[in-house]
Design a protein around this ligand. Structure first.
Ligand code: PEP
Ligand code: MG
Length: 756
């Protein structure tokens, strides 16, 4: 008999048992009887995890008196070993196994052969199903397979209260009980605590036993087709780089999606009587078990991908497609994901979302910039987080120490609370600086502005005491919207922003979409063109060609700033003519409004971002035409180093304090001397204290940074002697120290300037 036929036979019998109108224990007794009979075994037993131990819940063949008496710790005896390692044991001679433990009350001494499988619920062992036989023989592969399928059905039946009366007593919380610490990469510093919420929620499987096998097969076929379509579409879309997913992952996805073996195994599981959902889960469970036996990190990575894909298939087949955002957060939550796009993050309720833990992630990925703007700590590169945490587990993120603690003990919680309090004290110190102007010790006023992108961000202007908004990323509105934002919606936002800013200046950057900021409604055009989206048809390049887009934005900005100053900045300018063309577009709209006697801004000033290295070579041509220029170090560094800013593998590879960057930035600041142009830095670099110190030393006097950094940077500025750091940096640029970061740190430490 095949494994499928054998499992099918058991399933049919289970079906009949479940339909009976007897109480749960009686059903469970019949279940073990049936399995024993089908697998031609003298014994079949079910152990379930209750109050931390595996308790014998039903048996055919062992001493009935042992039921609810025999209890084994997880890890103890063969049963405990199976549960602990979530593995299958198939032994011709049970006594010969080093973990064998004899329990006299069971009367099992006469049985030699033993096969046991874990009963797994949501990746945790909640029990063990085993068979025993007098004759010393190894069970056949098909028998073990049938046992595994049966165990899976049992787990669902038990969870749905159909086989045990006291299901509340069963420990479905299972294996993940101990405290664990995972180290990662701090992407947004800070502390946070809350309950784990999976961005992609696990699919709840309601029905495991199929009513119509053919129908289930069709459902799986259709789901496979849809999934393959999705993967192929992803391959065509350049924003597959979004959030750090990469070509490699895509290749693996494709390999699995078209893998005959995988779909065949799912079909076999359906043949054994499972629903499509249960079959996918069953195959995944088996893969997980196999993986536990193989210790190969490369393979483990691939298995992550298969796990992702398997979840995707499950979501398609079950129609449970939404992310956790669509279900809403009910309490303080820590979002757990492999990776996220910026728009996905923005869908969450900001009041309840306390932190984010990612398996991937890099410092300048847009999702991280958004999280930083939202003041949400993010720990990236937390390897294994998805399998080591369960929905609802307590999590502490300590991004200051680059680690996350899962299921902390009360003592750890207390210690964390203490650090929280210390942090609050520190924040209070920054708050005191709110109305203090940031002069250096030798009397130079440094402009400390903030970056923003959403209406809500504007409250931070008052709270931090920033000098204004040096970069308003208008594309955030485009990212959170499912359709292209119409002009009146844009005007409303810009007007609200200006009103909230009061007398303080706001620099609006025209849309920078494309790259890792993909918007679905513009994708088709982007998809056809870009192999390499960060260097592709994005930002101003896209806006200049999609004239309508820029014109609408120009009108919205001009109308919103009627009667006051409008500062507009263009992103990704690579050659001066692009700036001219964009400015001409705005001037055209201004004319249009004037002709119609509409109220227009008192002044319009134009500036541009310096993100493309080529522009630095022609500054003398461009500067006379500008009111201000702002260095976008996020993109600039990715282009200088040819290192994708969203690629987690490169996240720590290049340092903002490297000689190449500092020399480059120094040349830019030198080139601006003598022009009446305001020079800013608005990349993430300026919000880090050591980096800001270096920037001050190479001629930068205006920083636009994430709101949370305004206090710390003001504090730094007030402790620095600008003359001294300028002399020091000039010397280091000529004669570099072996490690610029270490040298700067030592310099700051000697002067009691905090830079962490
Ligand atoms: C930059 O590139 O440094 C920048 C500020 O723009 P963004 O991060 O939005 O690309
Ligand atoms: Mg940029």
């Amino acid at each position: 008999m095949t494994a499928a036929a054998s499992a099918r036979q058991i399933l049919t019998r289970l079906h009949e048992i479940m339909a009976g109108r007897t109480h749960a224990q009686h059903k469970l007794d019949r279940v073990v009887e049936t399995i024993a009979e089908s697998l031609d075994s003298e014994v079949c037993s079910i152990y379930l995890l209750r109050e931390g131990a595996l308790e014998l819940y039903a048996t055919q063949g062992l001493n009935p008196e042992a039921v609810h008496v025999t209890r084994m710790a997880v890890g103890e005896g063969l049963t405990g070993t199976i549960a602990k390692n979530i593995e299958t044991l198939n032994l011709a001679e049970a006594k010969a196994h080093p973990d064998f433990l004899y329990r006299p009350e069971t009367g099992e001494e006469k049985f030699h052969s033993f096969a046991g499988v874990p009963i797994v619920y949501r990746e945790r062992a909640v029990g063990v199903l085993c068979v025993q036989h007098v004759e010393p023989r190894r069970y056949e592969e098909v028998e073990v397979e049938a046992l595994q399928t049966t165990a899976m059905i049992l787990s669902e039946l038990i969870a749905h209260k159909e086989l045990v009366d006291d299901v509340e007593a069963i420990d479905f919380g299972g294996a993940h009980t101990e405290t664990e610490v995972i180290d990662g990469l701090a992407l947004v510093k800070g502390l946070a605590s809350g309950r784990a919420v999976f961005h992609q929620p696990r699919v709840e499987i309601d029905q495991v036993v199929a009513e119509d096998t053919e129908a289930e097969r069709q459902r799986v076929y259709r789901a496979f087709d849809k999934m393959r379509e999705q993967i192929d579409a992803m391959a065509r879309e350049p924003e597959f780089g979004k959030g750090g997913e990469h070509v490699e992952v895509l290749e693996t996805y494709k390999m699995f999606a078209y893998d005959e073996g995988w779909s065949r195994r799912i079909n076999e599981a359906i043949d054994s009587g499972l629903t499509a959902e249960a079959a996918i889960e069953r195959v995944q469970q088996r893969t997980r078990m196999r993986m536990r036996e193989i210790d190969d990190p490369l393979l483990a990575d691939r298995m992550h991908d298969l796990e992702d894909l398997s979840n995707r298939l499950l979501r398609i087949v079950s129609g449970q497609l939404g992310t956790a955002a669509s279900q809403g957060l009910r309490r303080d939550s820590i979002l757990v994901a492999r990776n996220l796009g910026p728009a996905e993050l923005l869908e969450y309720d900001r009041r309840r979302l306390k932190g984010v833990v990612l398996e991937e992630g890099s410092l300048t990925a847009h999702v991280v910039i958004v999280a930083r703007a939202m003041g949400i700590p993010v720990l990236g590169r937390a390897m294994g987080i998805l399998s080591r945490v369960s929905e609802g587990d307590e999590i502490l993120i300590d991004a200051d120490k680059s680690r996350v603690t899962l299921r902390p003990s009360p003592a750890l919680m207390d210690a964390f609370e203490y650090r929280f309090a210390k942090n609050r004290e520190r924040q209070a110190t920054y708050a005191e600086l709110r109305d203090v102007e940031p002069f250096t010790r030798d009397g130079t006023r440094i402009a400390v502005m903030m970056n923003a992108g959403l209406r809500d961000d504007m409250s931070m202007l008052q709270l931090t005491g920033a000098d204004g908004v040096g970069l308003f990323r208008t594309e955030f509105q485009f990212l959170v919207s499912s359709t292209l934002p119409q002009r009146d919606r844009q005007t409303r936002l810009y007007r609200d922003v200006l009103e909230a800013a009061g007398d303080k200046p706001v620099v609006f950057r025209t849309v920078d979409i494309g790259g890792d900021k993909a918007v679905p409604y513009l994708n088709s055009q982007v998809a056809e063109r870009d192999e390499n989206p960060a260097m592709g048809w994005r930002a101003l390049r896209l806006s200049l060609e999609r004239e309508g887009l820029l014109k609408v934005q120009a009108r919205a900005l001009l109308e919103a700033a009627a009667g006051r100053t409008l500062s507009v900045m263009f992103p990704m300018v690579s050659e001066p003519w692009e700036f001219d063309a964009a400015k001409a577009m705005f001037e055209g709209q201004l004319e249009f409004l004037r002709d119609r006697r509409k109220l227009v801004p008192e002044t319009v000033e134009y500036g541009c971002m310096l993100e493309v290295p080529a522009l630095a070579e022609v500054l003398e041509q461009l500067l006379p035409r500008l009111s201000f220029i702002s260095v976008g170090t996020n993109d600039l560094t990715q282009f200088l180093f040819a290192a994708d800013r969203a690629n987690p593998k490169l996240a720590e590879r290049y340092d903002w304090l490297s000689l190449a960057i500092l020399r480059f930035l120094h040349r830019v600041s030198q080139a601006c001397v003598g022009y009446p142009v305001r020079l800013n830095v608005c990349g993430e670099m300026g919000g880090r204290r050591l980096e800001a110190l270096a920037l001050l030393g190479i001629g930068y006097r205006r920083l636009s940074i994430t709101p949370a950094a305004v206090g710390p940077i003001k504090e730094l500025v007030r402790k620095v002697d600008l003359g001294e750091i300028t002399r020091q940096m000039s010397q280091w640029l000529v004669t570099p120290p072996p490690d610029m970061r270490a040298a700067l740190k030592a310099w700051a430490d000697e002067r009691d300037i905090e830079t962490d």
